[in-house]
Design a binder for this molecule. Structure first.
Ligand code: MRU
Length: 371
């Protein structure tokens, strides 16, 4: 997608030095647009862990490029052993999004058991990482085209009045390699000339809505308003939301969806108010080995200081972090929650839209039904 009119992906290999991975630094958005070089697997591990890159699809692509850097660092005699160890290290960074482990395992299975020279294995690792990034972007583009049909229909029912879409967290192009999941249909609709307006949940504690979703919608010119996390119920009661679209970090074979903490509450409010609630995801986010999301999906618990402090710009323009609670107050910080399938109107995938139900999901992905 475009930044100040120039096309960017969120991650790529440096043109002048393909052994360096470059990323958009999401820690400093929306105040600064910066690019970081990652030269080692350790750089990639830190970038994922400390959320210089974040969002399910992007951490998957970052892990794939990390495995390419691992191949560059590996010894000829210990290639597979080195890759396995670095893969485990990358997988340990963030537990909830399935894309990360999926990408590491895909890289390992492509590179295992090869008897060619080291330089060839390294070239294959580069191509495999590139293919994962390309397919993430392509899947997100398709999600947009499928989701567009839902927005078109809502627009038709509203006789061309703006379709109001509520989203939580950031599941736009910054959370993937390009296009995004939840926001891809929004961009497709906007580009097709359909009037859309997005309610952007601020998404405490890290404010991915305020800092990232609002920034990327603004870059694309999509009308939007930032709302406090707790406003969704009120907006839905007053018919100010036509649909909710969120992303997902892991979706089980039965359609339970883990997404940023607070998503479940939006789904409950949507059900109570008869508002359609869609979850958009590429296939790399499915976890066919899990059925009961509430019981089985590992939920990341992050540093409590993310709750106790907020980071932002003061009225005089300087960037700073401030504490928002008494010195002695302790906090807990779960990053995600699980929305049970029964609250989800439909899943928007790169293969089409389906019910959040095992039968429908496995019909769309028959080759993965035995995972
Ligand atoms: O903690 P983050 O920012 O990596 O969280 C991931 C997310 O951005 C959201 O949960 C998102 O809606 C799903 S990822 C496309």
């Amino acid at each position: 997608m475009n930044v100040n009119g120039k096309h960017f992906r969120t991650i790529w290999l440096k043109e002048s030095d393909p052994s360096t991975v470059q990323i958009i630094n999401q820690q400093v958005l929306p105040f600064t647009f910066g690019i970081l070089d990652l030269r080692t697997v350790e750089d990639v591990r830190k970038a994922i862990k400390d959320m210089y890159v974040r969002g399910a699809g992007l951490i998957g692509a970052a892990a794939a490029y990390g495995m390419y850097l691992a191949a560059l660092e590996a010894g000829a005699a210990s290639f597979e052993k080195d890759l396995l160890a670095k893969g485990e290290m990358l997988k340990a960074t963030r537990p909830t999004a399935s894309n990360l482990a999926w990408a590491v395992d895909s890289m390992l299975s492509k590179l295992a058991g090869r008897s060619c020279p080291l330089s060839q294995k390294q070239e294959e690792a580069r191509l495999a990482a590139q293919a994962i990034a390309d397919s993430d972007a392509e899947s997100c583009k398709r999600i947009g085209l499928h989701g567009l049909e839902i927005i078109k229909e809502l627009s038709r029912k509203k006789q061309g009045q703006a379709v109001n879409i509520l989203t939580h967290c950031n599941a736009g192009w910054l959370a993937f390699v390009d296009y995004g999941s939840a926001l891809s249909p929004v961009y497709a609709a906007f580009d097709a000339g359909i009037k859309v307006h997005v309610w952007v949940d601020e998404t405490r504690p890290r404010n991915q809505g305020a800092g990232l979703t609002a920034w990327e919608l603004g870059q694309h010119g999509v009308p939007h308003d930032l709302v406090p996390d707790n406003a969704g119920g009120h907006l839905m009661q007053h018919s100010l939301v036509d649909m909710v679209i969120t992303g997902a970090d892991r979706v089980t074979r039965s359609g339970d969806a883990a997404n940023k903490i607070g998503t479940y509450l939006k789904a409950l409010a949507a059900r109570e108010n008869g508002v359609p609630f869609y979850v958009a995801l590429p296939s790399s986010t499915f976890d066919f080995a899990m059925r009961d999301g509430v019981k089985e999906i590992p939920i990341e618990e992050r540093d409590p200081s993310e709750v106790r402090f907020v980071y932002g710009k003061t009225r005089n323009g300087s960037l700073t972090e401030v504490q928002i609670c008494p010195d002695s107050t302790t906090a807990r910080n779960w990053g995600f929650d699980v929305t049970p399938a029964r609250y989800i109107t439909g899943l928007i995938t790169e293969r089409g839209i389906c019910r959040a139900a095992e039968q429908d999901i496995t019909a769309l992905y028959p080759e993965r039904a035995d995972e």
